[in-house]
Design a protein around this ligand. Structure first.
Ligand SMILES: C[S@@+](CC[C@H](N)C(=O)[O-])C[C@H]1O[C@@H](n2cnc3c(N)ncnc32)[C@H](O)[C@@H]1O
Length: 234
């Protein structure tokens, strides 16, 4: 770790290095089946540059975190703009092998933040993001909403692959589904439900959600609670 600290100045640099190394060790089949394509640092920095800090007490959710490069970039940008007092980071990842690598990145990030006097409170959930938050789809009263943990920032490069309508995740998220669902849109729709008022969703996704009948139900639900303040087409 001492040598790595010398080589990589920022946690996001370390996360990118670890991610490349891990991606080299996995098959194309694994990548395709788990929708695992890591974000390059150039893109994660670009995404996170757009954030506007609103408070120095911050909660972040990174569903489908991989090596947590997006969270690292986001935290670096926020730390360069404000003095963070409280920081809570929640990560979801289903690939148990990559989680071993994510832990190294989190250790690095924790040390980096400690030098700045920031104590990182982190939880890594080795669960399916959709199944673990299924109750968000059944809640409809304001009273129930209070029971959820909600976030100031939700950042994600979600998995992309089609699932069948009989998949438990499609059943959980049925209000978003019409035709054959793609898991990325469920990540987006669910995240919108887990966002605090005035919070920010920062997602890199395909653009297929923006048009067509298949995503009509998704758009109706999603744009009921969020509005787009900026998009970039890659
Ligand atoms: C497109 S990759 C992005 C990884 C990372 N966010 C990044 O930007 O480099 C999506 C990640 O989500 C994970 N994943 C797939 N299905 C998931 C699920 N249902 N719940 C949580 N994570 C999932 C994959 O293992 C993969 O690491």
């Amino acid at each position: 770790m001492i040598e790595l600290n010398k080589k990589y100045k920022l946690p996001s640099e370390f996360a990118e290095f670890i991610g490349l190394d891990y991606a080299n060790s996995t098959s194309n089949k694994h990548k395709k089946e788990s929708g695992q394509f890591f974000t390059p640092k150039l893109i994660s920095d670009f995404m996170d540059d757009l954030t506007r800090p609103k408070s120095n007490k911050i909660s972040i959710l990174d569903p489908g975190c991989g090596t947590a490069i997006l969270s690292c970039s986001l935290i670096e940008k926020l730390a360069s703009k404000i003095e963070i007092k409280k920081l809570r980071l929640t990560l979801y990842e289903t690939d148990l092998n990559v989680i071993k690598e994510t832990k190294k990145v989190i250790e690095y990030l924790t040390k980096w933040l400690r030098k700045k006097g920031v104590n990182l409170n982190v939880i890594i959930k080795r669960q399916d993001f959709i199944i673990d938050n299924s109750s968000a789809f059944t809640t409809n009263s304001l009273f129930d909403l209070k029971e959820f943990t909600k976030f100031d920032y939700i950042i994600s490069n979600p998995p992309y692959f089609k699932i069948s309508k009989a998949d438990i995740r499609a059943i959980i998220a049925k209000e978003l589904i019409y035709g054959q669902p793609n898991i990325y849109s469920i990540f987006m729709g669910l995240s919108a439900k887990l966002l605090k008022p005035n919070g920010e969703l920062i997602f890199i996704t395909p653009r297929s959600f923006a048009a067509g009948n298949y995503f009509k139900a998704f758009r109706q639900s999603f744009f009921n609670s969020v509005s787009i303040s900026r998009y970039t087409y890659f």
